[in-house]
Unconditional design. Sequence first.
Length: 257
Amino acid sequence: MSAPRLDIDATREKLLALGCSHAAEKFGRLLSDAVARDIPSHAFVDLLLESEISGRETRRIAATLKMSGLPTGQTLENFDFAFQPAIERSRIDTLATGAWIRNAETVLMQGPPGVGKTHLSIALGTRAVELGFSVLYYRFNELMVALKADAALPPSRLRRRRYMNMALLIIDELGFEPMDREEASLFFRLVTYRYGRGAIIITTNKSIRDWTELLAGDEVLATAILDRLLHRSNVLNIKGRSYRLRDLEAALKRVDA
């Protein structure tokens, strides 16, 4: 392809006017490369469009991750599956496809502190954002603050709250403190509304048999909540050593050395 006679700045301005900021930024470099490699015109246009699509997707992911409240740095790629053999990698890979989110299912991760529940929940939330889903992350105590603040809202306003309408709601660290009756009722309202409408990830140090005690000792309420959560669920029982203790042991060995 011979070098075109055109005003690069004028073309860049037209791309910007069309909202193609990423293509505008890379236009000059892509054009020079196309001329040097004698790339056909249609292939050059395709490369330009790909750069815009890629840039928009990167921007979308960054913005959605920021709005989600997800902590950064914990991904499926840097999770140490070898250290935690109790976790079936194939099950996590299946969850990473996002099909369960489309089906408004629940992922319940049970296990003692430090075994990787939070890391996996954040990693699956991050993957969900990459797949195009809306995600919201809360530690349970932070979620309860929001639920109490909205306790008096009528249903028409309540359903517009982000924790109600996100495709995936992640509730981390449930179970460290038992709920009182008000908190248990608010949690029931949340689970009931999202049932069949939106997916949930819950990480907890409590086994299912302990949920009655967790929910203000109300067996009827616990049964109603678990009935909804477990109807279409993926339960992961994670047992193993604590990553934090492993890192502490390694640090102590370095000090002793």
